[in-house]
Design a protein around this ligand. Sequence first.
Ligand code: NI
Length: 162
Amino acid sequence: MAILPIRTVPDPILRQKAKRVKEIDKSLRKLVSNMQETLRTVGGVGLAANQIGIALRIIVINLPQNEYSVLINPEVIRRSGERIVNEGCLSIPGYVGEIKRSELVKIKGTDKTGKEIRIKAEGLLAEVLEHEIDHLNGILYVDHLESQEKLRKVEPSDNQAE
Ligand code: NI
């Protein structure tokens, strides 16, 4: 396994719409393992493949008690409610921003074996899923800021980045 360098703004790959994964083969499984190792090493809660320079629709999640740590071709199929969160991103180190996310989301995608899954999520898991699926569409959390005053500087080690 290997730890992969994380792309930061303004790297243009962060603005690319990632392509769907067509086949889960050995090289894709290796990429997923490397993404998981990278995320654990940096201590983040979520990582999208374009953050490590690969424009494919893959996300990994590192949250306790979360059944699904890998999602391939994930899509949000329903959102409801609204809540204010403070979000950080591994690709925008040293900042957190106050934005609105959904209270509940329903996601569909496949797991790392290609089996179709649906997830109903709330709280931090819902936030991470929306954040990572945004990445796959070239969207960053700062795009959701109502104003620049909602963005503040923090110590890079001080936030749960995604
Ligand atoms: Ni992020």
